[in-house]
Design a protein. Structure first.
Length: 141
């Protein structure tokens, strides 16, 4: 219900906003996120399904780190140049994805048995995400 109210408020704010197109764009983005949330809430019914989503998300973070590393290999090896990125990728979205990756690690940590293998897997995923965050900083100096 709150999500629906947020979408309605963002859409209505276009009537008094100095930039009505930006308000409508925000409303559209909020609506998309709301639909994704409702769909995920509808589809994910068990803890095991939620953990499966977390594993898939962390695998996606690993692919993103590999892709950034691979496309910028010369720049990474020399630790020089500007901001690392992928063609057509907004680097801010990559940062948001990595932060959500840490949330997936916390979710997995808090919902299951923490065996030694699980701890190792989660630590590796966390280290990989840190590499994805630090890599552009190192290459920028």
């Amino acid at each position: 219900m709150l999500g629906t109210l947020l979408v309605a408020f963002a859409a209505a704010s276009s009537m008094w906003s100095k930039f009505p197109d930006a308000s409508l764009g925000a409303a559209r983005n909020y609506a998309v996120v709301l639909v994704m949330f409702i769909a995920a809430r509808h589809v994910i019914q068990t803890l095991q399904q939620l953990r499966s989503v977390a594993v898939g998300y962390l695998a996606g973070c690993a692919v993103l780190v590999y892709s950034v590393w691979h496309e910028n290999a010369k720049q990474v090896a020399a630790l020089e140049g500007g901001r690392l990125d992928l063609a057509g990728l907004n680097v801010n979205y990559a940062g948001y994805a990595f932060v959500a990756g840490f949330a997936m690690i916390a979710l997995w940590w808090g919902t299951g048995r923490r065996t030694q293998g699980t701890r190792l897997w989660l630590a590796t995923a966390g280290a990989l995400i840190v590499v994805g965050i630090v890599l552009p900083i190192l290459a920028g100096h």
